[in-house]
Design a protein around this ligand. Structure first.
Ligand code: IMP
Ligand code: MG
Length: 177
């Protein structure tokens, strides 16, 4: 099987929407220091592009959870591979995700983060696939694009660790060679 990729969201549209989200975040966090919690590896491109347009003071921290193997369906089990390197108690934390699919990863992460008593904890995602949600009531505070039930790659998102470097969001399909 050969993988084919077609553009779903162009680089231009992505950048414009990320800018809009950054403007909204700047307004919402005015007078505060924002702790961006980037979820590795997928949210790296989105976090960087978003942060470039933030004017409120920003600090970065990274966390890594895993639930996907090499396939396009979630295993349902989430594991914390890399924990934060700072205490988030009393801080305004914004979790930056690449995509919310079933919601298993985020709900697992939110439970861990909530227990550490941040002043505020909000969610920002580049993409949302609400039709696939398995966790009740998990809605991002900031979302660039809502998409259908498609497997997407690019701008940080991978298929089998490939395609993260694409500057746009693409849909993968598998065709006979
Ligand atoms: P969830 O736990 O099912 O919400 O899945 C979250 C994680 O699965 C995301 O952070 C991605 O790393 C990965 N994922 C979900 N859907 C896609 C997709 O369409 N393309 C690439 N990765 C995906
Ligand atoms: Mg992710």
């Amino acid at each position: 099987m050969k993988e084919e990729i077609r553009v779903l969201i162009s680089e231009e549209d992505l950048y414009a929407r990320i800018r809009e989200l950054a403007d909204q975040i700047n307004r919402d966090y005015e007078g505060k220091e924002l702790h961006l919690l980037c979820t590795l590896k997928g949210a790296v491109f989105f976090t960087c592009e978003l942060a470039k347009h933030l004017t409120v003071p920003v600090k970065f921290t990274f966390v890594k959870c895993s639930s996907y193997g090499g396939s396009t369906t979630s295993s349902g089990k989430v594991h914390l591979d890399l924990d934060l390197d700072e205490d988030i108690k009393g801080k305004d934390v914004l979790v930056v995700e690449d995509i919310i699919d079933t919601g298993n990863t985020l709900s697992f992460l939110i439970d861990i983060l909530d227990a550490r008593q941040p002043t505020s904890l909000k969610l920002c995602t580049m993409l949302d696939k609400p039709s696939r949600r398995r966790v009740e009531g998990l809605t991002p505070d900031y979302n660039c694009f809502t998409i259908d039930d498609l497997f997407v790659v690019g701008f940080g998102l991978d298929y089998d660790q490939k395609y993260r470097n694409l500057p746009y969001i693409g849909v993968v399909s598998f065709v006979e060679e």
